[in-house]
Design a protein around this ligand. Structure first.
Ligand code: TYM
Length: 335
């Protein structure tokens, strides 16, 4: 029997999932679990770079798991687990760090951004974030990694580290993994603040969460940044306006998008109408998630069972990899 491709991805437990997480990542996870061997995890080690309080960490981990399940991840089809339940990851992280160089780590865009945002806390975990992420991916010897565009550079580093290890030890232990999206390109969902991507830490009102109630959601969308409107027919859209259309594209029907595009091109557009429509389409889109989130969140036994089952399955695969890596590196076999 031919072996199925191995798929892995993860999300940091830093709050509720937003539409960027959904369209950039989770939507692909749900589809990929049908035909691949899948591992989807919650990156709690990674979240330590920002020093969360234990209580908040626990609550956020639980929420991401609930939202994974609410979005359609099936623990019978995918291995759903918590990163810290697989300490083998940290051993592989150490191995990879021995061949990860200061210069290349310091050049990573997310490191530079974080260092700028939190100058009082530029810790070693932040610098070596890409080697921990590579360890997550390589621990299951994964082939495909469904992620949004913002993770592209991290994936490039993983490929570099995997090739370097293979070359150094003259092995083919690690497949060279690829970032993946079902569309042609990796996705970047914009936020509501006029520039850049939708993100959890991009400021109040920038992100639409899967569990936002209709009132909150309407308020955020109505406050989204726009401008005073086009002055020439068929004018190119400025970033803030293009962002609203990109959001419309993912949640609204094609004829709705076409209607507002025509309005824009004819200089008749009323952004208030566009925002109202966008908010209603987002509410319709997120409603089924909200219902399932409430349902699943109430079932603690199920949540515990899913975590335990995932930890057990993920560990088998992780231990097989670290056992091989140890042997290849030249350590005494301990297993
Ligand atoms: P995180 O938690 O920031 O985001 C989780 C996933 O959501 C995607 N995403 C977006 N996609 C499109 N548009 C957006 N606005 C948007 N915002 C977020 C991200 O690309 C990501 O796929 N480093 C990772 C977590 C991680 C990981 C891994 C991922 C740790 N180890 C191994 C894959 C494989 C992160 O911080 O994602």
């Amino acid at each position: 029997m031919e072996k199925k491709p191995i798929v892995l991805s993860g999300i940091r437990p830093t709050g509720n999932l937003h539409l960027g997480n959904y369209f950039g990542a989770v939507k692909n996870f749900v589809k990929m679990q049908e035909t691949n061997e899948c591992y989807f995890f919650i990156a709690d080690y990674h979240s330590l770079t920002t020093h969360p309080k234990p209580k908040d960490l626990q609550a956020n981990v639980r929420q991401v798991l609930v939202e994974y399940l609410a979005a359609g991840l099936d623990p019978e089809k995918s291995t759903l687990y918590l990163q810290s339940d697989i300490p083998e990851t940290t051993e592989l992280y150490l191995f990879l760090n021995m061949n990860a160089y200061m210069g290349e780590l310091q050049k990573v865009t997310t490191f530079k951004e974080k260092a700028r945002k939190q100058p009082e806390n530029i810790n070693a975990g932040l610098l070596t974030y890409p080697s921990l992420m590579a360890a997550d991916i390589l621990i299951h010897r994964s082939h495909m990694v469904p992620v949004g565009k913002d993770q592209e550079q991290h994936l490039e580093m993983t490929r570099t580290f995997a090739k370097r290890f293979n070359r150094m030890y003259k092995t083919d232990l690690f497949p060279i993994p690829k970032a993946f999206n079902f569309g042609e390109q990796l996705v970047k969902i914009p936020g509501l603040d006029g520039s850049g991507k939708m993100g959890k830490s991009e400021g109040e009102g920038n992100a639409i969460f899967l569990n936002d109630d209709p009132k909150t959601l309407r308020k955020k969308v109505m406050r989204a940044v726009s401008d005073s409107g086009p002055t020439e027919m068929n004018q190119e859209k400025p970033e803030a306006i293009q962002n609203l259309f990109t959001l419309l594209d993912v949640v609204s029907k094609p004829d709705v998008v076409e209607y507002f595009n025509d309005q824009y091109n004819n200089c008749n557009i009323r952004y208030g109408d566009l925002k109202k429509q966008l908010a209603e389409d987002m509410i319709a889109f997120t409603e089924p998630f909200r219902e399932r989130i409430i349902e699943i969140s109430a079932d603690q036994d199920y949540i515990t069972k899913v975590m335990d089952m995932g930890a057990e399955k993920a560990r088998i695969s992780a231990q097989a990899t670290t056992r091989l890596a140890r042997e290849i590196i030249g350590f005494r076999k301990i297993y």
